[in-house]
Design a protein around this ligand. Structure first.
Ligand code: PSU
Ligand code: MN
Length: 304
């Protein structure tokens, strides 16, 4: 049986021509931002990839197919649908078999991108080790996917709703290169610095692309995490965001939020507490990541 892979026309053409393609996830659309900003942002991010000379491929599961590159209609449908499944590695096959609509997380997007031969992926923030993981065991499957699947993921670091030191430790254990772009400190999503040193630093897209290709030559499985700091003008300093994070975490605990609902719950509460400012920052950093990912994808296409 063939793969249930459905390439959008723009992606199919780019693939035939060997052009640079950047994968984009869909959980950020269904579970990360409210409508209509989710759909507007998804379109702006796609345009940002095009303006930087690559082709965007937003990935989601629709009608029993892995859709690589959504039409405007599909994007609208996804952005407004209720009860879309949040898919990680564990849920992907089941969703394809049942025909339900599913949004791909970082982990699932990496798997689908790799099946389609796409090596670079831009998002906002990755999942990680949650605070209190020593009792809940809540560690995102995104981390293990980075260890297994050869896709370079550009994110603005990880949110400080997570336990960032433990997140870096788990990445280290599993052999995932964590490369911060243009600075020594690992960024913390809304803030440019987490106060933690980044394991690696690179200052050019060409080097990041070369490092990805070198890992493949060495026979090392897995991808790379590229941490791209939020633009200065969009940053929310950590002394402002920390109390908001703590309030959201307290509410999650009081309401017994667990498993897959933890990240969406926290994002939604932070949006409300900051009166939308967390979303404005989120949109700005995703656009910034899309541009860097496009530059890396172009370098990779040029180097091989
Ligand atoms: N972090 C964010 N925004 C997001 C997500 C994470 O700042 O939208 C989404 C991504 O799709 C990520 C997923 O892959 O949440 C991680 O979920 P979990 O923690 O349940 O693994
Ligand atoms: Mn989790």
């Amino acid at each position: 049986m063939s793969l249930p892979l459905n390439l959008g026309p723009e992606v199919a053409q780019a693939r035939a021509e060997g052009r640079a393609i950047v994968a984009l996830e869909s959980t950020i659309i269904t579970h990360g931002m409210p409508f209509p900003q989710n759909v507007e942002t998804a379109r702006a991010v796609e345009d940002g990839v095009r303006a930087a000379g690559a082709v965007p491929a937003t990935i989601a599961i629709m009608g029993g197919q892995i859709c690589i590159g959504l039409t405007q209609n599909q994007l609208d449908q996804l952005g407004q649908a209720q009860d879309v499944a949040k898919l990680s590695r564990a849920d992907l096959a089941a969703c394809l078999v049942t025909g339900a609509m599913g949004a791909t997380t970082v982990a699932a997007t990496m798997i689908c991108a790799h099946l389609a031969g796409i090596r670079v992926f831009a998002t906002g923030g990755i999942g990680g080790v949650h605070r209190g993981a020593e009792t809940t065991f809540d560690i995102s499957a995104d981390l293990l996917e980075l260890a297994a699947t050869p896709v370079t993921v550009v994110a603005a670091g990880a949110k400080a709703i997570l336990d960032l030191p433990k997140t870096l430790e788990v990445l280290e254990t599993h052999g995932v290169p964590v490369i911060t772009f243009g600075q020594d400190d690992f960024p913390a999503f809304w803030s440019r610095s987490s106060g933690l040193a980044s394991p690696l630093r690179m200052d050019s897209a060409a080097q990041i692309a070369a490092a990805h290709l070198m890992r493949a030559r060495l026979g090392l499985p897995g991808g790379q995490l590229v941490a791209n700091p939020i633009p200065v003008e969009a940053e929310i300093p950590s002394d402002e965001i920390t109390p908001v994070i703590e309030a959201a975490l307290r509410e999650a605990q009081a309401q017994g939020i667990s498993a897959k609902m933890v990240t969406p719950f926290l994002l939604d509460r932070m949006y409300e507490i900051t009166q939308g400012r967390s979303l404005t920052a989120n949109i700005s950093l995703v656009l910034n990541n899309a541009r860097l990912a496009a530059a890396i994808a172009r370098e990779m296409a040029a180097q091989d």
